[in-house]
Ligand binder design. Structure first.
Ligand code: RVP
Length: 501
């Protein structure tokens, strides 16, 4: 006979937190949301500790370098999507690591043989008026001069005029040397009344521009997550097929942490992949694995060497795995069981392996519930896909803006590696859908609101950090009727469709 678990598996919506005693020092400003990302031994600290318990999903519609920078500024980590060529994934990692607030890599570059016609074409393409003229026309070669819109008059010049005739040559440029601080660069901009300041390496190559227009945007990010060289921390997705090529390229590009991206992690493929990485790099390369939904799956990945374990099958907003294959488990039950096993494993071995609750977060309070149930952090797809910084297109439908969001198991994503069980290199059937999500603006603004809700709830429960919260939180199951009681009821809500009389 098969094994039957007769207790239903539960979702976040079926739980509520019961407040605990809040002392006078329990105020949101005193709450720390620091949390470990990778495993550590008893008495030690995780080598990567995030400042907020949020990471972004390994998805094409979610995690590119732009989102990675925005999330690292807030204290979390993005996992750059793996369903792209090794070179382009490594390039996204490299760009995230190269990013310095206020220092921008030039995207408008021409060589000395270019003409005014090329300048105009480039300006139309990028929308930027500052063009670097470099030895080989790339953003990192020797800087020969700069063209701005003040250097040419379209009505008086022919389109075939060479840039060398009207650019400001290097000898006449004001520039900063690489290593200059942002505030020193801004002083040069102001003192010389410039709009753009090139930053030059010792051998005369263009490194960055600092723009006057960005001046007001350089805000302090108090929770930003930096590595020991003050670069933003970034993760990257890998698969169990091409890891022998992909992992070295991502490590070389500077990825701080990797994660095997798979819909089902309790497999020999993951063990082989983890084994290969640990054999080659030892503890120098950190790699998460998953997804699993029970204690057995956790044990398997923990023993195989995972640095964190990701939990969740079928709960993602775009996921139809439960419908198509009949596998999965309610996210809350999965998290609770896996976290219990994680604690047991810690007691037995003295090694703490962080648990990530992946998928199915619909409301902000679901994040708080996942943390209370023991998760160290959550992975979010739909949540981040809604923001300006995600890579997908923003579209207007009947006057309302949406962003596109598609599952990695959809035909659109073509990510067969995520569902690979060793057969043909193709997706035999879909496990995800292509969809729209309501556009929600800047990541920073939304994350701030989410975090303030988490902090506030933790205060209600009397916890000032996530460790205490995990230990002290009291959770209750709610009946279907009390879920109804939980939102506005028995009143007529005021909304714009009602007119006052
Ligand atoms: P959500 O945040 O609910 O949108 O879920 C995101 C998660 O869903 C991802 O991190 C991944 O685990 C899972 N996913 C991604 N694609 C698919 C699919 O096509 N089925 N599922």
């Amino acid at each position: 006979m098969a094994t039957f678990i007769n207790e239903p598996s539960r979702t976040f919506n079926e739980y509520l937190l019961i407040p605990g005693y809040s002392s006078a020092e329990c105020i949101p400003a005193n709450v720390s949301l620091k949390t470990p990302l990778v495993k550590f031994k008893k008495g030690e600290q995780s080598s990567i500790t995030m400042n907020i318990p949020m990471v972004s999903a390994i998805m094409q519609a979610v995690s590119n370098d732009t989102l990675a920078v925005a999330l690292a500024k807030e204290g979390g980590v993005a996992f750059i999507y793996g369903a792209q060529s090794i070179e382009s994934e490594a390039e996204m990692v490299r760009r995230t690591k190269a990013y310095k607030a206020g220092f921008v890599q030039s995207d408008s570059n021409l060589s000395i043989n270019s003409t005014l016609k090329d300048v105009i074409a480039l300006k139309n393409k990028t929308g930027h008026t500052t063009v670097a003229v470099t030895e080989d026309g790339t953003s990192n070669s020797k800087l020969l001069g700069i063209v701005t819109s003040r250097d040419y008059r379209l009505s008086r010049m022919t389109e075939d005029t060479k840039v060398s005739e009207f650019m400001t040559p290097f000898e006449k440029l004001v520039y900063g040397k690489e290593g200059i601080t942002l505030s020193e660069a801004n002083d040069l901009l102001w003192n010389h009344k410039l709009n753009a300041l090139p930053i030059i390496s010792d051998d005369g190559r263009l490194a960055y521009f600092v723009f006057r227009k960005d001046y007001d945007n350089h805000k302090e990010y108090k929770d930003e997550l930096l590595d020991s060289s003050k670069r933003y921390v970034v993760g990257a997705g890998i698969n169990t097929r091409d890891y022998e090529q992909r992992v070295p390229a991502l490590v070389e590009a500077g990825a701080d942490v990797l994660c095997i991206d798979s819909s089902e992690g309790f497999s020999e493929w993951q063990k082989i992949t983890l084994g290969w990485i640990k054999e080659k790099y030892g503890e120098d390369v950190k790699v998460g694995a998953g997804n699993v939904v029970d204690a057995e799956g956790f044990r398997f990945l923990a023993d195989a060497g995972a640095d964190f374990v990701k939990v969740g099958i079928g709960g993602g907003s775009i996921c139809i795995t439960r419908e198509t294959k009949g596998i999965g488990r309610g996210q809350a039950t999965s998290v609770i069981e896996v976290c219990r096993e994680r604690d047991k494993y810690f007691e037995q071995t003295g090694v703490y392996i962080p648990v990530c609750s992946d998928g199915g977060i619909v409301y902000d309070h679901h994040i708080t519930l996942a943390l209370a149930m023991g998760a160290d952090f959550v992975m979010l797809g739909r949540y981040f896909a809604r923001f300006d910084e995600s890579p997908s297109d923003k579209v207007s439908i009947s006057g309302t803006y949406y962003k596109e969001y598609w599952g990695e198991g959809s035909a659109r994503a073509r990510n067969w590696q995520r569902y690979d069980l060793g057969g043909d290199k193709k997706l035999s059937f879909e496990e995800g859908v292509d969809s729209y999500v309501p556009y929600a603006g800047a990541l920073k603004d939304n994350v701030a609101i989410t975090l303030s809700k988490i902090r506030s709830t933790m205060c209600n429960c009397g916890s000032l950090n996530l460790n205490d919260f995990k230990k002290d939180a009291k959770l209750t199951l709610v009946s279907a009727t009390s879920i109804v009681e939980g939102s506005a009821h028995d009143v007529m809500k005021k909304d714009s469709s009602l007119t006052r009389v």
